[in-house]
Write a protein that binds this ligand. Structure first.
Ligand code: ASP
Length: 425
């Protein structure tokens, strides 16, 4: 329906961005009003995240006919997520080693107070399992909620007929309700995005870049290659369709990711848009995207790797091959463990700095431009999740088509089991 409107939502969103930039430059003194609108929009999105993630993942798992097809979907998702994150990391590594933006950085001029929180790799895994599912939900801790939802979806499938049906219907109803509310929130996106951009432009001057300009553009170049070349190429190889058309279809969530710097807050829009605009099935979108918003962060992974090597260069520390491998592996883990919220990547960087090891204060060096890079890396994160969902949906459809062809050729007794049928355990 939106497509036929004279001024479609994506055009309204682009208009919101342009107006936000103009107002931020011309009328910075009124930016508080923009901040108010932006925060309101962000809160509306955030209020949907937990019920949406929980119900969509449970439904994704429940609606998978058998443990083996669930395993197949899960495996495809993980293989895509890990391989694209690695590609992103290697791109970041290549750019920062070639351009060497850290050499000659005037350390003391740039250093600011670094965040004090430190994580370890062990914590990333421990944090996946909730102590208390209700407190995880109340605090918006997405990873433990996903863990519980995966288990719940799987075990709902092994319950008896009545409880299985009741819980499936309940989850389905919650999911549909969340999508309806998302549809309403999308109408407010242009105004919310206008507010967020207005506030950001008004509160930041060019001076913030200082001698980090070269670093900023190095990371940006890496992100651009991943966003405009690597992911579209993968999209084309697996679907044989035009990736840039798909990018245009996903413009609303991409701009929302850019202006909110939060993959999790963007999730409701990503699901809604990919189903409506790109025709991805509910089963795949509902499973692949919530997982992706939490564990698949190509932009963050690329940025972590580039930033850590930049810090080493700025301190004049030569990294051996072994240490560069440590950076790559820990950048991958950190991107999996980072939450889909603003500046999560920066805080998690301590894990890599400790593993190499490099001075933790190095974070203070890059903090000034982190908020901007966050906008670009979050858009990259969301585009990778969306590309993954589209590719996986394409391969699932193909498989389904083949199965159906096989069924037509085989006797009725060999028919495929119905979805939502009780799973063997
Ligand atoms: N803001 C990013 C996201 O939500 C995470 C990060 O890199 O800080 O995807």
């Amino acid at each position: 329906m939106e497509k036929k409107m004279r001024f479609p939502v994506y055009a309204q969103i682009i208009a919101g961005v342009i107006l936000g930039v103009v107002c931020g430059i011309v009328l910075p003194e009124y930016s508080a009003a923009g901040g108010f609108l932006g925060t309101l929009f962000l809160k509306l999105l955030k209020m949907l995240i937990i019920p949406l993630i929980f119900s969509s993942i449970v439904m994704g798992v429940v609606s998978t006919a058998s443990a083996s097809s669930f395993g197949r979907l899960g495996l495809k998702t993980l293989v895509y997520y890990i391989s694209t994150s690695l590609m992103a990391i290697l791109t970041g590594q290549l750019f920062v080693n070639l351009l060497k933006p850290g050499i000659g950085t005037h350390l003391h001029a740039a250093v600011r107070a670094a965040p004090t929180t430190t994580f370890s790799i062990k914590d990333i895994f421990l944090n996946m399992v909730p102590d208390n599912i209700f407190s995880a939900m109340a605090n918006g801790n997405v990873l433990p909620v996903i863990f519980f939802a995966l288990l719940a979806g799987f075990f709902i499938g092994v319950l008896g007929d009545k409880p299985r049906q009741t819980l499936t219907d309940l989850m389905d109803a919650i999911y549909q309700l969340m999508m309806k509310i998302t549809g309403f929130v999308i109408f407010l996106a242009p105004v919310g995005i206008f507010g967020l951009i207005y506030k950001t432009v008004a509160s930041t001057g060019a001076a913030v870049f200082g001698n980090l300009m070269f670093y900023f553009f190095t990371v940006l170049a890496g992100l651009a290659v991943h966003f405009f070349i690597t992911l579209p190429l993968l999209f084309y190889i697996f679907t044989r369709q035009n990736p840039y058309r798909f990018m245009k279809q996903m413009i609303a969530p991409l701009i929302t990711a850019f202006s909110t710097s939060s993959s999790s807050a963007t999730l409701p829009l990503t699901i809604e848009t990919i189903e409506k605009e790109a025709g991805v099935s509910n089963r795949v979108a509902g499973f692949v995207l919530p997982l992706g918003a939490t564990i698949n962060m190509d932009g963050t992974a690329l940025y972590e790797c580039a930033a850590v090597i930049f810090i080493a260069q700025a301190y004049g520390i030569h990294l051996t091959m072994g240490q560069q491998v440590v950076v790559v592996v820990t950048a991958l883990l950190v991107s999996i463990g980072a939450a889909g919220i603003p500046m999560a990547g920066l805080v998690m960087m301590t894990v890599i700095l400790k593993a190499v090891p490099l001075p933790l204060e190095g974070i203070g060096l890059i903090i000034a431009v982190d908020r901007f890079l966050d906008m670009f890396r979050t858009a990259t994160n969301v585009f990778s999740d969306s590309t993954g969902a589209r590719i996986i949906d394409h391969s699932e459809q193909k498989r389904l088509g083949k199965e159906e062809e096989g069924l037509e050729a085989s006797p009725p007794s060999a028919q495929r089991p119905q979805r939502k049928e009780q799973r063997e355990f």
